[in-house]
Design a protein around this ligand. Sequence first.
Ligand SMILES: NC(=O)c1ccc[n+]([C@@H]2O[C@H](COP(=O)([O-])OP(=O)(O)OC[C@H]3O[C@@H](n4cnc5c(N)ncnc54)[C@H](OP(=O)(O)O)[C@@H]3O)[C@@H](O)[C@H]2O)c1
Length: 291
Amino acid sequence: MKIGFIGLGQMGTPMCRNIINAGNEVVVYNRTIEKTKVFQGIAEIAEDPVQLALNCDVIALMLTNSEAVSEVLFDWKIADNLTTGKVVIDFSTISPYDSIRFSEKVREKGAEYLDSPVIGSTPSAETGSLTVVVGGKKDVFEKHINIIKSIGKNVFYIGQNGSGLFIKMINNMVMGVNLAALAEALALGNSMGFDNQKLLDILSLGGAGSKVLELKKEKLSKLDFSPQFKLEHQAKDMFYAIEIARKQNVGVPISSITSQLYSSSIKRKFGSMDMSAIYSLFKLINGDDTH
Ligand SMILES: NC(=O)c1ccc[n+]([C@@H]2O[C@H](COP(=O)([O-])OP(=O)(O)OC[C@H]3O[C@@H](n4cnc5c(N)ncnc54)[C@H](OP(=O)(O)O)[C@@H]3O)[C@@H](O)[C@H]2O)c1
């Protein structure tokens, strides 16, 4: 089974490396061609995306959002070159409704489609220990489980197309709210002269502790907002979560307010920083623009 991998960003690069390390024959392509260089000698580098689609049985995607996946599948003519037996495995976090639409269009070509968003950030991508939540036909999932297991330690089959992404968005709304609450609390603590290191050390010991605190403790202590998970990606995921809530007629007031905070952070140019830069927004709101 030959695998084509498109989207060699912060997550895609280590994920693709793990697929190669698992013994798979891989062809890579990326919009910014320079990012394929690290795969020289260990994977085939496609000259263009159509060549990749023609030569591969599986087309794996790890792209920013719905627009990027649509562009790659349809404007780049990948979908036009899919035939019976081929499968698109989309690891990107995109709107579940767009994903369902894409899966229907791909199926018109006789090919199959799995939404396989991942939970966990770059360290888990490096070690192949992501959590993967998969939507699509069960037999297609079972046939491709080894590829998915090469990037993920915990793999869950959820149900029909889009269902992996529904779970992913529920996960990320909790993560976004959690981090915003932590950032707000730190800003209050700072106003009384308490530093982040001490606050985080203490908060981590009790009920205020969380996985998010654990993951972002170093960044918030050192004020190192170099991107691990970009704030603009978190904003996108809150937006998709709210889209689901709207369609379900379910009120999500806390996520709605939090979503606006992430949007304002993008306006303040924190979008390409790590999501923990939401802390800088709270500092700004409270009159401190030194971060
Ligand atoms: N980072 C994390 O911790 C994390 C964790 C879980 C899930 N995710 C999700 O995983 C996905 C990728 O995240 P990432 O952190 O790897 O992002 P990233 O570093 O920004 O990489 C995005 C990739 O998408 C490509 N791309 C974007 N727009 C495109 C377009 N219009 N046409 C073609 N290619 C396009 C980029 O190509 P270029 O190289 O040319 O820009 C790059 O390869 C996102 O959906 C994100 O929400 C991320």
